[in-house]
Design a protein around this ligand. Structure first.
Ligand code: PLP
Length: 389
């Protein structure tokens, strides 16, 4: 497959050779009819990814953080109120971001590794007069997945906009903007993401889908505190990519088109199932080594796991030994630093990658003088993966 290295951090994820080939295509004029066709096709597939048939999608040069900024800045005005539903570090980024725009922010914080109770969100929304609520689909610091079936109605009852950060989820977990969560009015209003996580394309694109209510929120305002990030400037381009506003990242769009083609060809439901099975299986395999996930299985994410070290395993030593074998994982953040590692299982990764990963983890534990049943862990991984497909 893809990368020479087993790049199993929470993004960027391994890039498939076909995507590299697309990326390396000759750079055309951004107004060239051939490029315009590629851009249009990419936007059409982005719509399909979110089933966003009655809103608008925006694909611009930037990272996931820019897509967060686009989502907030265009929907919530300075002085208005935003509620941040936080499952960890990346959720909290909305708080600092929104404050930079003079937005009033309230937060509901889950203990790391757990999720926020929907009833609490509903209570808070009923009193708070929030313009919007942000939910991080998978918080990349904790490996916790948000329960949209409960959270969407809890928020939408209040009339607030529902903004979903899908940076660590899009193309791996359903994000369907036409889905009605118990009522025709209860739908996702904004889904935002980046190219480099579960979509499996190199970093470089901010991707945001606005539903009709979110578009109306921007429409209702005279101006916003931004220029590049003002969706009003991008709407004409997204409707006709032959027009110019700011130069699109031509080669990244080639790569993105290929990446989305791979997603659509695999089939969204198949891809969601593959990720759910991979997540469960990776956690089950590592558990054989005495490595326990921070999040319980009910809230653990299909895309990424935060795994607590067993007694006496040094984080820096463990990860550098693995890196020397070509397997890259991430440390943990804040109070979990040194106590847990994070392993991504998203994008264009396959079963064989994780058989290898589990073997390498076992070998590394042996080198560190720990017991590890490598064959047992691999067998458990395969059993759970194949049983959940
Ligand atoms: C990675 C990530 C971000 C930040 O994206 P960048 O591309 O690093 O700017 C935001 N939210 C979540 C959930 C993420 O996983």
């Amino acid at each position: 497959m893809p990368n020479r290295e087993l790049l199993l951090i929470p993004g960027p994820t391994p890039v498939h050779d076909d995507i590299y080939k697309a990326l390396a295509g000759e750079t055309m004029a951004h107004t060239d009819a051939r490029f315009v066709k590629i851009f249009k096709n990419s936007l059409e597939m982005t719509r399909q990814l979110f089933n966003n048939t009655d809103g608008e999608v925006f694909v611009v040069a930037g990272s996931g953080t820019l897509s967060m900024e686009i989502a907030i800045m265009n929907t919530v005005a300075p002085g208005e109120k935003l509620l941040v539903v936080s499952h960890g570090f990346f959720s909290d980024r909305f708080t600092t971001l929104a404050k930079a725009f003079g937005i009033q922010v309230d937060t509901i914080q889950a203990e790391w590794g757990q999720h926020v109770d929907a009833a609490e969100v509903e209570r808070k929304c009923a009193e708070g007069h929030y313009k919007a609520v942000t939910v991080t689909h998978v918080d990349t610091s904790t490996g916790v997945v948000a329960n949209l079936d409960e959270l969407v109605p809890a928020v939408k009852k209040s009339g607030a906009l529902f903004i979903l950060d899908g940076v660590c989820a899009s193309a791996a977990i359903e994000e369907d903007m036409q889905k009605e969560y118990g009522n025709a009015e209860y739908r996702l209003d904004v889904v935002l993401t980046g190219s480099q996580k579960a979509i499996g394309v190199p970093p470089g694109l901010a991707i945001v889908a606005f539903g009709p209510k979110a578009l109306a929120a921007r429409e209702a305002r005279e101006s916003v505190l931004g220029y590049y990030a003002d969706i009003k400037n991008w709407i004409p381009i997204m409707q006709d990519p032959g027009k110019y506003y700011a130069t699109p990242p031509v080669n990244m769009i080639y790569a993105f088109e290929k990446g989305l083609e791979m997603v659509i060809n695999e089939g969204l439901d198949t891809r969601y199932r593959r990720h759910a099975a991979l997540g469960k299986a990776v956690r089950a395999g590592l558990a054989v080594y005495g490595m326990k996930p921070l999040a319980s299985e009910e809230v653990a994410a299909p895309t990424l796991s935060c795994i607590l070290y067993p007694e006496g395993v040094n984080d820096a030593e463990f990860r550098s030994k693995l890196a020397a074998k070509g397997m890259i994982i991430a440390g943990s953040l804040a109070s979990l630093a040194g106590k847990a590692f994070r392993i991504g299982h998203m994008g264009n990764v396959v079963e064989a990658n994780f058989v290898k990963a589990i073997e390498l983890v076992g070998e590394t534990l042996h080198e560190m003088g720990k017991e590890a049943d490598v064959q047992g862990a691999v067998n458990e991984f395969k059993r759970v993966y194949e049983g959940n497909l």
